[in-house]
Design a protein around this ligand. Structure first.
Ligand SMILES: [Ca+2]
Ligand SMILES: [Ca+2]
Ligand SMILES: [Ca+2]
Length: 326
């Protein structure tokens, strides 16, 4: 691990800024990685959470049987994301997030897959499953967390989808939840489209939500939402990929004084955008590889620099990359 390959520079549009591509893990155990970020141990430094399937893809006849997923906590260092803790006591992980969902001042890790929501905590250097919750309705596909009303307890946004006979336009429900005794749904938004990814962006003047929607062949349409109380309200839509390619990975983070959005598409392109109140402004676009980008995460790169952690899968192994230089 942590072997470094320095790769090409490839830019389109936007400013001509040189970006380097570093492969930080060539044979990750997680073949279908998803990312989240948060300070789990409260020491002021963010940890990177990587979660997803271990091994080759298995068709969905028995959703949980014979499947293994893994959740890892990695420490962010210069050009590396070194492994600190992990667990394989989860069967299926479609997405991960970090938030203080019980409001005690300590961050939890959230993982979703099938009809399950796992809540995990980092205790010393061990990752422990605290609770597993079952959701009866749609299948849980994406999760993110933010303190939408600013009361110190973080809310959770879940994207649920119904897998029909036709995969083309599976209706999606985006629900805002809060943990009490169990999970209470505070609001919902139904969309007649497939949601590729959802992320929350916390800023001083409130939380925004970004959704990618599309169908089998085309997609990459990004909807940017505000919250009115608990209800997401569409502010604007904008195409976020070239040639209407689908983007199944989004990440937003205020970094270097700007609200930034990273968009990873299924052809291996990663775009960096400034997430504005009325439009997205593209900063740059980097070609990462031949395969689909499964996960992106924005990281602080020091001295007002931004790095993008990129996750891809090659058969039964995962690959992690860092894009830096801007
Ligand atoms: Ca930390
Ligand atoms: Ca907590
Ligand atoms: Ca709250």
């Amino acid at each position: 691990m942590d072997l470094l390959f320095f790769f090409c520079v490839a830019l389109c549009w936007g400013q001509a800024v040189a970006a380097t591509l570093e492969r930080v893990d060539d044979a990750a155990r997680i073949a279908a990685p998803r990312f989240a970020i948060g300070d789990l141990d409260g020491d002021g430094d963010s940890e990177v959470i990587v979660g997803g399937r271990v091994g080759a893809f298995v068709a969905e006849t028995e959703p949980l049987a014979g499947r293994t997923a893994r959740i890892e906590v990695r420490a962010q260092g210069p050009g590396t994301v070194g492994l600190r803790a992990w667990t394989e006591e989860v069967e299926l992980v479609e997405d991960v997030a970090v938030g203080d969902v019980d409001g005690d001042g300590k961050m939890e890790i959230l993982a979703v897959g099938w009809h399950r929501l796992w809540v995990l905590e980092m205790e010393r250097e061990a990752l422990k499953i605290e609770r597993v919750y079952s959701f009866d309705e749609g299948r849980l596909w994406r999760v993110d967390s933010a303190d939408i009303d600013g009361d110190g307890q973080w809310e959770v946004v879940l994207v649920e989808r119904r897998i029909g006979q036709e995969q083309e336009a599976s209706p999606a429900r985006i629900g805002v939840y809060r943990l009490a005794e169990t999970w209470q749904r505070l609001s919902e938004l139904r969309l007649d489209a497939h949601v590729g990814d959802m992320c929350l962006a916390a800023a001083k003047d409130g939380v925004q939500m970004v959704l990618e929607t599309g169908g089998e062949e085309v997609g990459g349409l990004l909807g940017v939402y505000d919250f009115s109380g608990w209800q997401p309200l569409l502010r604007y839509r904008q195409q976020g990929t070239s040639e209407y390619v689908r983007a199944l990975s989004l990440a937003a983070q205020p970094l270097a004084g700007e609200p930034l959005l990273a968009v990873g598409d299924v052809r291996g392109q990663v775009g960096l955008w400034q997430l504005g109140r009325s439009r997205l402004n593209q900063r740059l676009s980097v070609e990462v590889g031949r395969g689909a980008v499964r996960a992106v995460q924005l990281l602080a790169g020091g001295r007002d620099k931004v790095q993008i952690l990129v996750g891809a899968g090659m058969r039964s192994r995962g690959q992690l990359w860092i894009v830096e230089g801007f």
